[in-house]
Design a protein around this ligand. Structure first.
Ligand SMILES: Nc1ncnc2c1ncn2[C@@H]1O[C@H](COP(=O)(O)OP(=O)(O)OP(=O)(O)O)[C@@H](O)[C@H]1O
Ligand SMILES: [Mg+2]
Length: 456
């Protein structure tokens, strides 16, 4: 149950929204203009969240949002912006100022209910209770997330855990594919059995077969003793085939046969061994595209993809960024009661607009690095400046996702990413962003328009 301030001059809409919130068990407060709202806030303090219309008499929504962010105690209150017509410009403007969400009118009851649940989970108010505090504080891997997208992933994972079907996990680097595989194993009936991980990209192709299927004594030069393969090691448990997209074609054929027959024949023997293994595969590659290109077998893709599980990139689930950041900060604190470092409002704003090419892994590393190096207890935007320092952080390597695109598409993506970065770093100041990028302001405008990044 939360106190929610609705700022909108459209009486019918505002009252309707207030009624819905009351229905959902919350306490709505109403204001017809930004000025009235600000006065109310000064008198009564911060609500749990604010719904703010863009077009208002007097100061418009963005101006009100900006004033709010400057008010003591108001920096972290989540704000949902409302518009009749969403444009990329007002969306970007709102997100840049740290709005939690941007909704287009009319908004349905269900939309409000899920949004409020997500928001209240992401912003456990000033008392700063860790968002994930109710989760097991163990060392076991956890697939945390409060966004709709991650809730869907968690639900699907839970359903998959109840079956023995093969699962194919896809997602960019650092999105949690390995964590998902471990969580799936732990949640399954096989949790008492072994979890065996094989990185298909890290093992030389000529060794992969004996690694997976094992070999008999004298199977090849150097095979002095017989060795059980990973499939046998995973008997009764889960075999995690990581980077399955990197498996050579010849090996793909053999894997397919094993998956169909549920038995392996160790190299240099002709004794098939039955194996009871659930296979979970993962890749950051686009397997359908590889099938089209003839580098991945379609029949194997069907075999693996019985239950697909896609982990969206972090930039597509903005609601997860701050809760995860908080989580990493609190686990970094030396002891559970030790005070951990906190994020300033401007750091929070920067983190939610950053595009996180390395996803959750990069976020975790950024929290570790910033809290190790920052002098104070409050981490500010400057403490994360290294995120924009392409050379020092190794971000100048070509991301694998880009390597798979046509040159034009890759250049457009890179341009978009660099511009978004410059805008995030300068808090949306286009003149300064252009200067950082070494281009004229006019050129930045043209590029933004060409890339569809704003409607000029
Ligand atoms: N949802 C999450 N909750 C908590 N931690 C996460 C989550 N997702 C990822 N992590 C953390 O991020 C790091 C990277 O995760 P993981 O190794 O599973 O990524 P990956 O998708 O397998 O990446 P790659 O493709 O590079 O192998 C790990 O330290 C993991 O603990
Ligand atoms: Mg991985």
């Amino acid at each position: 149950m939360a106190t929610i301030l609705i700022i909108d001059d459209d009486d019918a809409f505002r009252e309707g929204l207030a009624e819905t919130m009351q229905d959902l068990g919350h306490t709505p407060l109403e204001a017809r203009s930004g000025e009235a709202a600000l006065e109310r806030l000064r008198e009564r303090g911060a609500p749990d969240c604010i719904f703010l219309d863009f077009r208002l008499p007097g100061a418009d929504g963005l101006a009100v949002l900006e004033s709010l962010r400057g008010m003591a105690g108001m920096q972290n209150v989540p704000v949902v912006m409302l518009t009749a017509h969403a444009t990329s410009d007002n969306t970007i403007g709102a997100m840049r100022l740290g709005a939690f969400e941007h909704l287009t009118k009319p908004v349905g009851r269900n939309e409000i209910a899920t949004l409020l649940a997500r928001m209240l989970a992401a912003y456990p108010d000033a008392a700063a209770t860790p968002v994930f505090s109710d989760e097991t504080p163990s060392r076991e891997p956890q697939l945390l997330g409060v966004s709709d997208a991650m809730r869907d992933v968690q639900k699907r994972l839970g359903r998959a855990a109840g079956t023995h079907s093969t699962v194919l996990i896809t997602g960019e680097t650092g999105t949690g594919k390995e964590v998902a595989a471990q969580v799936l194993h732990r949640a399954s009936a096989r949790s008492g059995g072994p979890f065996v991980a094989v990185n298909c990209a890290a093992i030389p192709p000529e060794l992969l077969e004996s690694d997976l299927f094992g070999h008999g004594k004298g199977a090849f030069t150097g095979a002095h003793a017989e060795r059980r393969g990973r499939f046998e090691q995973a008997h009764g448990g889960t075999l995690f085939l990581d980077e399955v997209g990197d498996m050579p074609l010849a090996m793909q054929a053999k894997l397919l046969r094993v998956l169909q027959e549920r038995q392996v024949t160790p190299l240099g023997t002709n004794r098939p061994v039955a194996v009871d293994v659930r296979v979970v595969a993962a890749t950051h590659r686009d397997l359908p595209a590889m099938v089209a290109a003839g580098t991945f077998r379609q029949d194997l893709l069907y075999r693996l993809n019985v239950i697909p599980l896609h982990l969206p990139p972090l930039r597509e689930r903005i609601a997860d960024i701050l809760p995860l950041a908080e989580h990493f900060l609190s686990t970094l604190a030396a002891s559970p009661d030790a005070a951990h470092k906190r994020l300033s409002a401007d750091a929070q704003r920067m983190l939610v607009t950053f595009h996180w090419p390395g996803n959750v892994r990069e976020l975790a590393n950024a929290m570790e690095r910033a809290s190790a190096l920052a002098p104070g207890a409050l981490l500010t935007r400057e403490d994360f400046a290294f995120l924009f320092d392409t050379n020092a952080s190794g971000n100048d390597a070509i991301p694998v996702s880009l390597a798979e695109l046509t040159l034009n598409d890759a250049l457009a993506q890179l341009e978009r990413a660099l511009i978004a970065r410059a805008l995030a770093l300068t808090d949306g100041n286009r003149a300064e962003a252009a200067r950082r990028l070494g281009i004229s302001r006019q050129s930045l405008y043209t590029r933004l328009a060409n890339l569809g990044m704003f409607d000029a």
